[in-house]
Design a protein around this ligand. Structure first.
Ligand code: NAD
Length: 254
């Protein structure tokens, strides 16, 4: 008998091959969910399922699966819904949008291509996954929880990240709007705004800049992916049953 705060639930996690998405798979599976790990990098999603989910869930290996998905490709997102319905006979009731990229540059130097690619993955990708899977939940009258990973940069801005900050502010506004529309279907939609979390995405930030940022973090350290994943799992579960349209900082106080 599987136990945990999301026992028996099916969860789709994008960006599941690394960092926060991988940690989300780990904690959700520890708490009893069956996890579909989706990533543009298929091998990394397989690695998440094989190594991290099984490790995390101990006796509960679950019926997890790994899939290749580019969240910015609408037909790929629609295909994933279909294969999920074929395999599991029901849509996931937990959706975690963690796929994200950076293409940093000064505003005055930022190329249109780098602007478009960041918006296309971070904002349009979140939109496509949310729309496609929310629709499936409404059609099957299934209550659910959608968690979109924004960023604290979407609230305060950051030098060199006009494209990224814009995309992440958009994720918050989109989350709040979707929460208003989907409440009547008992689908909750929330955003998380991580601060500086120790994952591969921040490896491109010069160490000097990271050290400078850390001086502004009252807890004085980078966050762990698991510290975001615990909140993702709480928001996925019925423990957060009256929370929707929220945008919650996980920043060590930044
Ligand atoms: P990460 O680079 O470790 O993981 C991101 C994952 O997304 C990778 O596995 C990558 O292959 C996947 N991905 C990229 N483009 C994709 C696409 N088009 N389709 C599907 N998958 C794709 O980064 P992370 O730190 O785990 O970031 C996860 C989310 O958290 C991102 O949205 C990021 O913007 C956000 N975030 C991270 C931090 C941080 O400090 N790490 C802070 C704030 C917000």
């Amino acid at each position: 008998m599987v136990s945990g705060i999301v026992a028996g639930r099916l969860a789709l996690v994008t960006g599941a091959g690394s960092g926060i998405g991988r940690a989300a798979c780990q904690v959700l599976s520890r708490e009893g969910a069956t996890v579909i790990a989706a990533d543009r990098n298929y091998d990394s999603a397989v690695e998440t399922i094989k190594t991290h989910t099984a490790l995390a869930s101990g006796s509960n290996d679950g019926d997890h699966s790994a899939v290749e998905l580019d969240v910015s490709d609408s037909s790929a997102v629609r295909n994933l819904l279909q294969t999920t319905l074929d395999q599991y006979k029901a849509p996931p009731t937990i959706i975690v949008n963690s796929a994200g990229i950076t293409r940093d540059n000064w505003l005055l130097k930022l190329s249109e291509e780098d602007y478009d690619s960041v918006l296309s993955v971070n904002l349009k990708g979140t939109f496509l996954v949310m729309q496609t899977f929310a629709k499936a939940m409404t059609e099957t009258a299934t209550p659910g929880s959608i968690i979109n990973i924004s960023s604290i940069v979407g609230k305060y801005g950051n030098m060199g990240q006009t494209n990224y900050a814009g995309s992440k502010a958009g994720v918050v506004a989109m989350t709040q709007s979707a929460a208003k529309e989907l409440g009547r279907f008992n689908i909750r939609v929330n955003a998380i705004l991580p601060g500086f979390i120790d994952t591969p995405i921040i490896k491109t930030v010069p160490d000097k800049v990271v050290q400078g940022m850390l001086k502004l973090v009252p807890l004085g350290r980078l966050g762990l992916p698991s510290e975001v994943a615990e909140l993702i799992t709480f928001l996925s579960s019925n423990k957060s049953s009256f929370i929707t349209g929220a945008a919650i900082d996980v920043t060590g106080g930044f």
